[in-house]
Design a protein around this ligand. Sequence first.
Ligand code: NG1
Length: 455
Amino acid sequence: MGRFELREELRAIYGAGADGQTTRYNAALDRFRDRYGPGPVHIFRAPGRVNLIGEHTDYNHGYVLPVALDRDVLLLARPRSDGQVRLANVEDDFEARSFAISSAIPAAPAGDWSNYARGPAQELTRLRSTGSVQVLGASVPGFDGLASAAPPFGVPRGAGVSSSSALTVAMAVAFAHFAGWEWEGAEMARLCSDAEWYVGTRGGIMDQFIALLAERGHALFLDCRPDADGNFRTRPIPLPAGYRLLVMDSGVRHTNTRNEFNQRVAACRAGVALLRQEMPGITHLRDVENIEWATLESQLPEAVSVAALRAEGLELGDLPNVPDDAPLRVRACCRHVWTENRRVLETLDGLGSGDIRRVGSLLDAAHASAAEDYRISTTELDALTVAAREVDGVTGARLTGAGWGGCVIALVPEGQVAEFTGHVGRVYTRETGREATIFPCSAGPGAGLVAVAEV
Ligand code: NG1
């Protein structure tokens, strides 16, 4: 089996972690050749992410502060001229798939991993045919692809670190490359976000932006409200010196939480619909960020159903899997979003002035709000935050990502990493009977073409 020299390319992406990647890349290239035969192979990658703070704010046009992981999805691909897409995966539980490119690609059944390729393929085809961006090549070509996101280097699945967006972005970057589209990060991020709506989640733009615009060693401040021209404000924010951002994976996987997710989106939209009765013109919770919470609270019911809102003539728009009679916890959900946006801005201040203690207490407050108001925490995630705060020098900890399982993050003084890992691991197992996987987030760069190799 051939060995491929990718030393420089891997060092540029993974820094000190590059050596461990060589075997992974080589194994994937060998696998590609076994499956599709010899010839040139394009290697694309897209990272997962954690979010330092700003949870469930993105679809409310709020603020977020994500960080790209150096754990990523690799997509090895070779273009085809017949418009077919053939997909395989190094992990056997993802069966091989194929579909044909068109401007109306039918979705595979919910949960089918090929939807993460169908979505971006369709979005790109539509961009081309509507001419809303520079005209792509004659068509969006298909490809033979092999995805690789297995542990320990891949983005853990269902862990709230955005494995689905990483896969979507990797696919989109590959399609765009073969179509000759020289994309710009923000435009591609929006396309990928639309592509995920295709899958059924009414999520926001955070994951796709960080997967595409990440810079090594930095978080990305993103204001999820577009300006009049449709552009978004972003700013790379250096991570604090002397600290490591540690990720604690609870091992609890959120599956089938799309309904829960969409219900939270519905609660926020319900809040906007109700507030709009007094404040015509508002479209998102972001619009009321400068109005005192006490004023807003009095206009928001504790709970209301889609059916009750409809009876008042208020519609929430397209939201798959939100039952008409589900109680939407409008007041608490809106309070989370309203307070969380403030916490993000305060965190920026704290990072700017090096006040990590303050940042830590904001992380704690964000976790409490996510747990009590948004109700997206679990006993496992709570146990991890408690254990993390017990370690000297750790000022705060919070769940990251959509919730209902997944990961907790904490900023840990460099000298305390070993102690932290041992302590949190022990306490977590004692409290829950589970094993936590604890790893540092070495903020990596955004998605793109890594190299073209000959197999
Ligand atoms: P994850 O954790 O990847 O499921 C989801 C949304 C984000 C954001 C967070 C919560 C998608 C693709 N991802 O992320 O946009 O809303 O939840 O902050 O919808």
